[in-house]
Structures are given as C-alpha cells and as structure tokens.
Write a protein that binds this ligand. Sequence first.
Ligand code: AMP
Ligand code: MG
Length: 411
Amino acid sequence: MIPLDEARRFVLDGCVRSRSESLPLFDALGCVTTATVSAEGPVPPFANTAMDGFAVRAEDTIDAPVALRIAGTVRAGMSGLDNPVGVGEAVRIMTGAPVPPGADAIVMVELTEAGADDETVTVLQMVPVGNHIRPAGDDVLTGDEVLRPGIVLTPGHLGLLATVGATHVDVVRRPRVGVISTGDELVDDGSPLQPGQIRDSNRLTIRALVAESGFEAVDLGLVRDDEQAIADALLAGVETCDALVTTGGVSMGDFDFVKVVLDRIGDMRWMQIAIKPAKPLAFGTITRVSDGTKVPVFGLPGNPVSSMVSYELFCRPGLRKMAGFADAELDRPTVMAIADEPLKRKPDGKVHFARVRCWYDIDAGCYRVCSAGAQGSHHMAAMAAADALAELPDGPTIETGQAVRVRLLRP
Ligand code: AMP
Ligand code: MG
C-alpha cells in the first residue's frame, strides 16, 4: 500500500491546467479567470441621483424651509440636458437619473412638501453640495483593473463585468468529464432485477458529484465486463472529453478489466492506497488520437461509497487543478472537530474516512461529529446522510471528546 499523499501527488501531476477560452458572462460562473479586465469608461458613467426627489442648487436651500419653482422632471434613462436648474428652481428627479445642469444637490422627496398647484415644492431642510449625488467614476474609474487572472468568478464579479460593458470573459476551460460504469451485474434502465443483478447507482452519483463540482458531466453509459467493450468506450470517451471517470473493475477480481485495459491503452498506474474505503485506484492518461492530448482517466473502485470517497480524494482535486484552481482551493474546507461519540476503527495501516455528520456547537465554540451510520463501503444510506468525512488516522477508535480532522462536504 502507498500513502494517500503519494497517490494524490501522482494524480495531481497527471492533471494539468486546461487551455483558456472566452465565455459569455453567465456561462463563466464558477470558472477561474485568465486575463486582466480594465474599465474602458467610468462607472457610473454620469453623475446621478441616489434618491427620488428634487435636484436643486444647494445654496438655494440655506434658508430652508424655502419654496422653489418646479422647472421639469428627469426620469432614469433621460439625458437631463433639457432640464437645467436655475436660481430658485428645482427639477423633479428619479433614482438613477442624471443630475441636470445647474444642480449640485438632491433633496429626497421625504424632505419636501408639494405645493398645492404642483408648480412649486417646499424644501424643508438645507442640503449640502453633493447631497445624494453619485459622481461619475464613483465606483470604477476609467482604466481601473476590475478583474485579474486567477479569480473564481462569483455572481458579483459577473455583475461587475457587465457593468463595465464586458459580454465575454477569458477563463480556464471548464472540464468536460465523461462518466462510465462497468459491471455485468448492473441494471440501469429500471427493469426488474434478475437473480444476481443490482442497480447502477455510481454513474448517477459520480455525474452528480462532477456537476456539483461545477464541471460538465457527460454520461458515457454502462459497459459490460469485457476488455474490448471497455477499451472501445475509453478510446471513444477521450476523443470528446477532457477527463474520464470509470467505476468498478479495478480490484483483484478475475473480471476486473478496467485496470487491465488502462494498462494496455494508456499510461496508467494501479495503486493500492493506505485508506479505507477506496483502497484501489487506477489513474493515468490516454492519448487522444486526434490531437495528442493526454486525457486523465480515473479508474475508481466499484463499491458505491468507495467510488464517492475516491472522487472526493482524487477526482475533485484533479479536476479542479485542470480548471485552474490554486493549490489551496483544491480540497474541501477542513476543520478540527470533537467526536460526540466513539468513531470506531481498528489499527490496519490505513487512514479511515468515516462518513459523519458534523455541526458547529455555538455554545462550546467548536465543531462536533457523530457517525452517519453503518460504515461499510456498500452502505449508501450512511453516505447519503453524511455531510462530512472524518479522517481517522491509523490506530484505535477515536473516543468521545477526542479531536479529528473533518472534510466538510457541504457548506
Ligand atoms: P468492482 O470494483 O467492480 O469489483 O465492484 C465492487 C462492488 O461494487 C461490487 O459489489 C459491485 O456490484 C458494486 N458496484 C460496481 N459498480 C457499481 C455501480 N455502478 N453501482 C452500484 N454498485 C456497483
Ligand atoms: Mg465489477
């Protein structure tokens, strides 16, 4: 068995950052930027009002309360140039409308009283110059850098880009990940189970994990335990995908052909890793015939819990590296937590990743964990109930009150 760190390093070395591409803003949510974006003009582009009210000359309000003649109305979307504010005048103005020539302050409507004739307005309080005016360039100045390379795009970033007039943004390509399940026992069409058959769940969970990671999941189907069928599926998959994930067929069984095939058609290493679950992993690259790209292939174990844990420990960081995330961003947030009950295990030379529930104990100011249920690598109920993986180092049971490292699977 090899240590987890060594397996992980090997996987990460095989996952290189993808090329950059220009995407429409919305499609780039969650992607990592590759270029600097500078503002070509100021934001806001013109001085405008932050309030509904009246544009006035501040000096006209010194003796407030004071009645001013209403000289017009400026709505959002108008230029305001046709509605200058003269001495003793006010122009009715709506939030976002340009401040008209002559005005240097806004009085919000709440601090005014309409005249009976609608031709005058009484300003109830004096206002200073600049009151409620958002000057041009107040947010972003011409030439300001609004984005640099290496930023993970959030909705706020997309809004900022739209504000400065961008329609597209340069980002690291989002990996397109082909998912294949293997096994003669698997049924994936809802038909009644014959003796010896089980339902294919891995393809769904792995595709969901890929999607949850923010990447494009491609369903490449269920493949029988047949060397030629597996080879055909993998060779076809690398032509259209940036990475492949398979489940099953990497253990010690007589029909575990995935590792055999990967060894033959790819540059693959089959690993026995000192972890439980998810001990076996085949990882390597297959060269795409059409352009020579080395496409990473993750051969995950077939047990449903093992495949999900293996995805967490190897695929997710590897795919995130391909997507341009920085080293510190490759893994889930990790916290130290106090065991709320014994987390059972025996010494066996492996690090165990126990499926746990984790919560923050506000009164004690610490995280706590308890088991999410039965810990076999086929126990999907506990996996489904888990919101974290507790890292139990080799040794005896973690007793109540002891601290463990925990990877949070959900925020
Ligand atoms: P394998 O790694 O192919 O030896 O499979 C290990 C165990 O996982 C066996 O009990 C399989 O039946 C089960 N298994 C393999 N693939 C899947 C799948 N796609 N969905 C659910 N269980 C699976
Ligand atoms: Mg199998």
